[in-house]
Design a protein around this ligand. Sequence first.
Ligand code: MIC
Ligand code: SF4
Length: 645
Amino acid sequence: MKGTIIKQILADHLVAGQLEPGQDVAIVIDQTLTQDVAGTMAYLQFEELGLERVHTELAVSYVDHNTLQTGFENADDHRFLQTVATKRGVYFSRPGNGICHQVHLERFGMPGKTLLGSDSHTPTAGGLGMVGIGAGGLDVALAMAGMPFCLRTPHVLGVTLIGELPDWVAAHDVILWLLQQLSVSGAVGKALEYRGPGVTTLNVPQRATITNMGAELGATTSVFPSDEVTHEFLRAQGREEEWAAVAADEDAEYEEEMTLELSVLEPMIAQPHSPDNVVPVAELTGMPIDQVCVGSCTNSSCQEMMTVAEILRGQQIAENVSLTISPGSRQVLEMLARSGALADMIGAGARILETACGPCIGMGQSPSTDSVTLRSFNRNFPSRSGTKSAGIYLASPAVCAASALTGEMTDPRELGEPPSIQLPEQFLVDDSMIISPPKDGEGVEVQYGPNIKPVPEQQALADVLKGEILLKVGDNISTDEIMPAGAKILPLRSNIPAISEHVFEPIDRDFPARARKCGGGMILGGRNYGQGSSREHAALAPAHLGVRAVLAISFARIHRANLINFGIVPIEITAEDYDRCQQGDELRIEDVCAGVQSGGQLMIENATKGFSFTGSCPLAERQAQVLVAGGALNWAKQEFKGEEQ
Ligand code: MIC
Ligand code: SF4
């Protein structure tokens, strides 16, 4: 990966290891972001480290996911987040200011920098030419404490873009096309780097739509160059001085390459229940729909929203459809309002929601039973909308708006001339909903509420792990299935004992009771186990129920790191051994500590079936120490203690 953008940025931030694909490295993190539902735990963990202030160049705490405030829990979380931010030197983006990734792109992202976020769509910032990586809250807390972030050097996939998008074809169609080609696990262990003459035809929000959904490919990160288009965007945001050119060297070598001719793309759509189940919209036209939701961190920029408003202007949505629109940020919403575009949306019958994640994470707007919901979002995993029987389809805002008018899946090319929307020369800049931290947080009291419970203590790794396979699941199990979100469960994110009662709810409601009855145990997963979000609760809550190991054919990157951070051993096994083991089998693994510290080979005995097999748990040195200590918090506390002595 000689001279690629990824290599240049990682090399500039490298503190340990060799930048060779597959090698473990440690890098300095310049900026961090957290959002509310992962943030409460991240800051509770930061508080456990006993530091006065954060150590990164910039740390921002956003409140964007759970803004409904259905009870005191939420409001208490927001108050905790605001007080801890003020005390520890973190910028606080208030509820109402917008979705973390959209606001970060507008107000904070900087070309050439590294950003670690407690949200899997942090690579959105790659649209500005920075390396944004999603991680669990604890990893972000450690980065805020000034510790380097450890990752496996990705293998770089260079995607050469040629030509220009045709009328009515959006950035969302580019990434849906890539998902169709590569699948949801197609970029695990990889980073995508966009290049070629087509790059200059895309503006920054369009680039960010593409890097955002690299997360759905399983990629570690995705990045565009920072060029004159980026310069122009930052100038229009009043941040011209923060621009820097970022480009791959002429002789940059990519481990893998592919070419995409933009001009042959057409509007695409992902069908239930996976973002890679993609077909051209033309194949589904005429299918009746019940609900349309426009917004999310993928598609809620000013340009996308203006396009929607233009399509809706002077028309009425179909009687059978409910249309919701959530603009991505207060900047976008205010610009829509001042330009009259908001009135066009309201006039057409759209229901305007807050500038927040909203329906994307099941915070309201669950569709009706067996219905069809069309969304401009990034994920359509089972149950994510809050209605198990509903089918979620993902498509661009233009497809959504056109379909809302007709009440059926509609190819927007049928509408004739496309609206011509240019990015404004100057965005409306008003940072008054972002609270800057004072120079000194002394005297500020961090306020907790009754639902904010202490971080559970972690036990050091036992040398013998034994227990029942509590649950056997198939391929591509998402964290939405392991630890669901939604309006009922998100308020419990600061209360691990309470949220643990919902582990695996969409798959098996009896799981928590069974885990407790058996005194804990293990989970057996297929390929790409734990895809999707960065929520560490999908590791923390099972750990709280006594899960000590997950055996799977392969793991998604962030979830594997979260398992290690909470003392759960992630063990890779072969497809044959997966087939041979069943739910209810008793497993026994000896010499676990020595095994994980010396290359990760583990001998597993299936006492029920009477056979043994090997599993592997290859770990970087720090990860092995973390696992043996019983998790990253124990390990970090020991490190800080060591430094004090
Ligand atoms: C998601 O889109 O699933 C979320 C909610 O943004 C998560 C974060 C979380 O669950 O805390 C993500 O993508 O990481
Ligand atoms: Fe929010 Fe949805 Fe984006 Fe997650 S994917 S950050 S829930 S808008």
